[in-house]
Design a protein around this ligand. Sequence first.
Ligand SMILES: Cc1cc2nc3c(=O)[nH]c(=O)nc-3n(C[C@H](O)[C@H](O)[C@H](O)COP(=O)(O)OP(=O)(O)OC[C@H]3O[C@@H](n4cnc5c(N)ncnc54)[C@H](O)[C@@H]3O)c2cc1C
Length: 387
Amino acid sequence: MRADVVIVGGGPAGLICGEHLAKAGLRVVVTDKRETPNREKPCGGMLTERAVKKFRISLDVAERELYGVAVSVGDKQFNVDYHERVGMNVDRTKLGLYLAERVEGEGGVIVRGEKVNEVLFSSQGVSCHGNGSYECDAVVFADGVFSLSRRSSGWKWRRDQLGLCVQYIIEVSEGNIDMLFGDRNFFYYGSEVSPFGYAWIFPRRNSLVVGVGALLSKVKVPLKNYLDHLVRGHPLVKPKLKGGRILKFETAVVPLSGLLKTICGERWIALGDAAGAVSAITGEGMYFAMESGRMGAETIIESYEEEWNCMTKYGERLRREIGGELKWSLWLRDLFLKRRGGESLDVTSKLLQRLVSDLLVGRKGCRRVILEALPLVALRRVRAVLR
Ligand SMILES: Cc1cc2nc3c(=O)[nH]c(=O)nc-3n(C[C@H](O)[C@H](O)[C@H](O)COP(=O)(O)OP(=O)(O)OC[C@H]3O[C@@H](n4cnc5c(N)ncnc54)[C@H](O)[C@@H]3O)c2cc1C
C-alpha cells in the first residue's frame, strides 16, 4: 500500500494527527495492532475540558461529566466544585472508535489489527512492515511508551523516567456512584497511599476506576499491595466501595520524563507517550497526546509542501508549546511529593486548594500555579519566623 504518511499507532495522538492530515488532503494510513484502535488502553480516562473543547470531543464518549474534585492529602481533605464542566471521564475503547471514525470521515484509512514490526528509511522514503507493507514519504510514531522509534538506537527508559500504574475497574450501581462520588474525581496523596505518586478514583456511569501510580524507581514492594490497602483498608475509600465487584485488574506504565531529547528526524516524528508528552505531576497524557498530534500534523503539512525538508521544526514547535509545561511538572512533582508523599503540605488555605484543583483539572499550568502559590508560601514563612 502506498500513502503520503503512515501513522503507527491509533491512540489519541495518532488519530488526531491522522484526522488533521486527511482533512488537509494527504493520503494517510493509521495502523493499530488492535482490532479496535486503542482498545482497552489502561487509563483513568479523565479527559480535561481543554482537550474536550480544543478537539471537539463528543459527549457520546463521556461516561461521566465532571464538575469538581475531591482531594485528600494524608488526613486532610477538601472538595473544590466549579460552576462549569471541567472535563469528562471517558471509556478509552469508545474514544478510540470515535476518533477512528473521524479519521475515516476525512478520507483517512485505518488498518486494524496491523502491528508494524519494522520501519526502514531510504533516500526515496520510508517503508513500514507488519503483516502488510506500506510505502510512504514520512512516518509518525504514535505507538505509545515502548515505541518502535527507540528500538533501532537501543535507547531504553530509566526507572526514574517511568510511572508504574495499577488499577481495578470496580462495578458499582449507578445510584451509589451518584450518591457517593457525584460528578467529582477523587485524588489521594500521602506515603500510605503511594511510595511516590498518588491514588485515584474516577467514577464512570456504573463503574469506578480505582488506581495507584508511582515513580517506578521508588517502588520497592509490589504496587498492588498499595492498591489493595486502598480498597480494603483506607478509612475514606473502603466504605465507598462497599458492595462493589472487581471486574478487572490492569497494570501499565506511563512516561514521566518530560519531552524526550530526540523526537523527530528527517522523515519521522514521535507523538504522545512515544515523545514523553505526559504531565509528571498529574499523569495527564491524553491532552498532550492530542496536542502533539495536532502540531505533528501541522509540521507534516508544511513539510509536504516543502519537499520534506522541515520535519525537525516539529521538535522546536512541541518544545515551545508544551515542553516548558512538562518540565515544570517534573519540578513541581519532586517538590510536592518529596516529603511523605505531599503530606507535609498544609492545604488548609482555600487559595491553595483551588490551585491544586485547577492544576488537576488542567485549568492552570504548573508555572502559573507556582507563581500564584509563591506569595502564600512566602507569607507562611514570614509568619513562622515571627512566631
Ligand atoms: C493507568 C493509567 C492511567 C492513566 N490515566 C490518565 C487519565 O486519567 N487522563 C489522561 O489524560 N491520561 C492518563 N494516562 C496517560 C494516557 O493514557 C496516555 O498518555 C495516552 O493514552 C497517550 O496516548 P498515545 O496516543 O500517545 O498512546 P497510546 O494511547 O498508548 O496509543 C498507542 C497505540 O499504538 C498501538 N500500537 C503500539 N505499538 C504498535 C505497533 N508496533 N504497531 C501498530 N500499533 C501499535 C497501540 O495498540 C495503541 O492503540 C494514564 C496512563 C495509565 C497507564
